[in-house]
Design a protein around this ligand. Structure first.
Ligand code: GLC
Length: 418
């Protein structure tokens, strides 16, 4: 962006080290998954000490989002058959896998050449495939490698073979960044926890929210990639109970199936049909404008049946003042329940009921429905919780902090200290 461009043109002034640390970010996808949205926001918040360049292994909307920020992007295509490999069904060692790996050799050669030619100070990988594929190029170019891990490296979340491989290879990068303490706990090496941040324009000012339930029928919504790890199926299964008490309510499922989630999306729709609730469900494709979606929501649901690595969309709901019901586990607990942030103003957690939202056991549609009904039945209490959540999340997760901490990691990886 402008500030950065000025500095790159040599405007750092007053004898300070003039050259920004050059970071080459590798990501296997051009789609806008959670890690990619987090990357875009972090890039927008970086200061003059850093110059980021991004190399993607596939075209996609991520490219123009980054380019709009002034970040140079190039695409080195990886065979889509490899790039689309569904991480939930990746077979263990098999002949087809070996053939696929061999098919990647030319790509690896090109990637290595490109990384060497670009001579970054740091190679930063931000998806599991990029983490693994970045090892050889960074080593060959003698550049420190930083992994940014957005997935829990655990057998309840990834295929066992992937877990073993990533855990083994996690000893190779110079530094590892994780998106939550929950993710950090799944790795055998120490990591720096850096929470994804929200951009200032995503937040509503305190008290600015208008309650959508007051103007019509309540909207119970989930926003996120359609995936078995996100739990749209659980919300659909909770829907009959919610609709029995609030027949005028709508359930809104916002998001696209990506990274191989198409079969699951079909299963979710079929379940809605068979439970007789499909008429009351609105399906919305991926949207860029999460804030606008959130402003029409009465209860925001996060239903991951397996522990979520972080769950940044919960933060997005909180900073728009929307009441949250989420499944307990993983990074979600660090958002909804944990009380160790210095910035908390004593919202009072720990007395049994989390002060910032309702947590339910994963994979339990009945508990999910009960919590949603709790929010709808007691609007005053849930508004109080949402206000506490708004205060907490706006203070705890601003993207400026994410950018500052990432910069610190890159400077130290590049041997520049801070
Ligand atoms: C991934 C994780 C999600 C996290 C996001 C940003 O999408 O699944 O939990 O919020 O990355 O770190």
């Amino acid at each position: 962006m402008t500030a950065r461009a000025e500095v790159l043109a040599g405007g750092s002034g007053s004898g300070a080290p003039a050259r920004p640390v050059r970071v080459l970010v590798l990501d296997h996808t051009g789609e806008l998954g959670g890690a990619e949205l987090a990357l875009v926001r972090a890039c927008a918040a970086l200061g003059p000490q850093v110059q980021v360049r991004v190399l993607l292994f596939a075209e996609g909307p991520l490219r123009s989002r980054l380019e709009a920020l002034g970040v140079p992007v190039e695409v080195l295509p990886l065979d889509p058959a490899v790039a689309r490999l569904d991480r939930h069904s990746a077979a263990p060692v098999s002949l087809s896998r070996v053939v696929r790996l061999l098919g990647m050799v030319p790509f690896m050669v090109r990637l290595t050449r490109r990384v060497r030619a670009l001579r970054p100070d740091v190679v930063h990988t931000t998806s599991l495939k990029a983490d693994l594929l970045g090892v050889v190029p960074a080593w060959s170019a003698r550049r420190p490698l930083v992994w940014h891990v957005h997935d829990r490296i655990s057998a309840d979340y990834l295929p066992g073979s992937m877990v073993r491989l990533v855990r083994f290879a996690s000893r190779l990068p110079a530094q590892v960044v994780t998106n939550s303490r929950a993710t950090a706990a799944t790795l055998p090496v120490p990591s720096t926890v850096i929470y994804p941040g929200y951009a200032p324009e995503q937040a509503l000012a305190a008290g600015e929210r208008r309650d959508p339930a007051a103007t019509g029928s309540p909207v119970v919504a989930m926003i996120g990639r359609i995936s078995p790890t996100k739990g749209q199926l659980e919300l659909v299964r909770a829907a009959p109970t919610i609709l029995a008490r609030y027949p005028q309510a709508r359930v809104r499922i916002v998001g696209a199936a990506m990274f191989g989630g198409e079969d699951y999306a079909a299963q979710v729709r079929a379940e809605a049909e068979s439970l007789g609730v499909s008429e009351q469900i609105t399906w919305v494709d991926f949207t860029d404008d999460t804030a606008a979606e959130l402003d029409r929501v009465s209860v925001f649901v996060h239903a991951s049946p397996v522990p979520e690595p972080f769950g940044q969309v919960i933060v997005e709901a909180m900073i728009r003042g929307v009441p949250v019901v989420a499944t307990r586990g993983g990074g979600v607990t660090e958002i909804v329940e944990d009380d160790d942030g210095e910035d908390d103003d004593g919202a009072g957690v720990g007395s049994g009921t989390p002060a910032r939202g309702l947590l339910v056991p994963p994979g339990d549609p009945a508990a999910l429905a009960a919590a949603v009904l709790d929010v709808l039945d007691d609007a005053a209490r849930s508004a109080e919780r949402a206000e506490a959540a708004h205060r907490w999340a706006t203070a705890r997760f601003p993207v400026a902090g994410t950018a500052r901490d990432l910069t610190g990691v890159w400077l130290s990886a590049a041997g520049r200290g801070r």
